[in-house]
Design a protein around this ligand. Structure first.
Ligand code: SIN
Length: 237
């Protein structure tokens, strides 16, 4: 499937933020100045986008996440019981590397994503930044849309593509989201995770691989101070 790659608009001479809510949370293969945890308001994260190029193939697509705006969600897919905040990580990209970084990301997100701009908020509700975000709209040719939890879990467990197994993408994401938004469960992910673990079997040893890579990446999040860890106490005079 050939879909035109997104083209992020990069303002001349300015640093640019990008917000990640899917693989961009845990697979960070680009340079950035700093990163912060935050959320976007008015969106639901869903495993509704087909992956023909990374976690599946053209004949047997995997599933990756996209964001669906709440008003469109209600119109097309009915009511949704959970809240409409989606937690992720915003990265500040330096102006000198912005063209290269977004060239790389536009290519990476080429299977149906568009580049849009959103406000990102911090845990106290304050606006952190305005950021580019990759969203695969419900109209793009690779959009698969809703399916039962067990059907989605089946795809996640069995699909494999050039970037690896779909289940690695899934568990890395669950792991990272569980850490960055520990007090704000993502019901879609929680429900799918139970189904995936049932289907894959708790003793499926391969799970160890992605837990290892997730741990390493989460280590970076701790190093970067984005987990909301308090700064060290100021020594008394
Ligand atoms: C994102 O991570 O923000 C976009 C979707 C993906 O690459 O998984």
């Amino acid at each position: 499937m050939q879909i035109e790659a997104p083209r992020t608009q990069i303002p001349d001479g300015q640093d640019v933020w990008v917000f990640g809510y899917g693989s961009l949370v845990w697979k960070v293969d680009f340079t950035y100045e700093r990163r912060v945890v935050g959320y976007v308001q008015g969106f639901h994260r869903r495993f509704w986008q087909g992956s023909h190029d990374h976690r599946g193939t053209s004949t047997s697509p995997g599933r990756v996440v996209t964001l669906v705006a709440s008003n469109e969600y209600r119109e097309k897919f009915g009511n949704v019981s959970e809240g409409d905040r989606c937690w992720g990580v915003a990265y500040l990209i330096h102006r000198d590397t912005a063209r290269d970084v977004f060239g790389h990301l536009d290519h990476r997100e080429k299977n149906g994503y568009s580049s849009e701009v959103v406000d990102v908020f911090g845990s106290d509700g304050s606006t952190l930044c305005s950021a580019a975000v990759y969203i695969a709209t419900t109209e793009n040719p690779a959009f698969l849309g809703p399916a039962s939890t067990s059907d989605i879990a089946h795809t996640l467990v069995h699909s494999v593509g050039p970037s690896g197994r779909n289940i690695d993408y899934f568990i890395n994401l669950c792991h990272a989201v569980g850490i960055i938004s520990a007090n704000h469960a993502d019901e879609h992910l929680v429900e799918l995770e139970a189904a995936v673990r049932r289907l894959a079997g708790v003793d499926r040893v391969v799970i160890h691989d992605f837990e290892e890579s997730a741990r390493m990446d989460l280590h970076c999040l701790v190093d970067a101070g984005v987990l909301g860890l308090r700064s060290p106490p100021v020594p008394e005079q």
